[in-house]
Design a protein around this ligand. Structure first.
Ligand SMILES: C[S@@+](CC[C@H](N)C(=O)[O-])C[C@H]1O[C@@H](n2cnc3c(N)ncnc32)[C@H](O)[C@@H]1O
Length: 207
């Protein structure tokens, strides 16, 4: 549900409104006006909601890695705000995967307008087969329990293809057992200020 304090909510909406006007002036769209038709009808696919840019950058800075040596992917990237933040944080390669073609078109347009070289990949995460290309996986509560469990295992399997430290940043971590019970090492937990949601960080270390 997030933070229900009236002042925090008012501050959040004021920030969204301010951002929305700024985005429109630059031909960008990260707004939460369209949240996904497919997702509306399939409970296992969660609809679009945006990670706050300041929170995203704080989360990425929690990782004890050198971004210039790491590849980042947002699993369920929506309109691409987290890819934008990852580029701004200096990741050497940035991508996002989403099963909603409309959201992905908007993400591509945003990245083009920002002159950011990222891969916007149209795929269900269950069909995606390039997990081995990435070191840092970001998830903002994008799917239900079963899909989260399958994705956690797919990421582990990718270790056989490319041996490396794997980092998970799981925001609004509703199905954390998918990582807690499968061999990932829990590193820490943080809370964002706007929504009072939890982020859990995991490492699946290099063999
Ligand atoms: C909560 S939004 C997060 C958007 C973005 N990561 C952010 O934080 O700003 C979740 C996204 O996951 C996508 N999604 C849900 N199920 C998916 C699946 N099985 N495969 C790929 N994307 C999925 C939705 O379309 C939606 O854009």
């Amino acid at each position: 549900m997030g933070n229900t304090n009236i002042f925090v909510r008012a501050r959040r909406w004021a920030k969204f409104l301010y951002q929305y006007i700024g985005e429109r002036m630059h031909g960008l769209d990260f707004s939460m006006l369209y949240v996904g038709e497919l997702q509306r009808n399939v409970a296992a696919f969660h609809g679009y909601s945006m990670t706050d840019a300041d929170d995203m950058k704080r989360m990425l800075k929690e990782l004890p890695i050198d971004p210039s040596q790491s590849a980042f992917v947002d699993l369920g990237c929506g309109k691409g705000m987290c890819m934008k933040c990852a580029v701004e944080c200096g990741f050497k390669k940035v991508a996002g995967v989403d099963l909603d073609p409309h959201l992905l078109e908007i993400a591509k347009n945003n990245m083009k307008k920002l002159h950011m070289d990222v891969d916007c990949i149209y795929s269900n995460v269950l069909d995606f087969d390039h997990y081995a290309d990435y070191d840092v996986f970001y998830l903002f509560n994008p799917f239900g329990k079963q899909i989260t469990e399958q994705v956690a295992l797919k990421i582990i399997e990718s270790q056989q293809e490319r041996n490396r430290d794997i980092w998970i940043v799981y925001y609004h971590a509703k199905f954390a057992e998918a990582f807690d019970n499968t061999g990932y090492i829990f590193q820490k937990e943080t809370h964002d200020q706007m929504r009072d949601w939890t982020t859990r960080y995991y490492l699946y270390p290099k063999k």
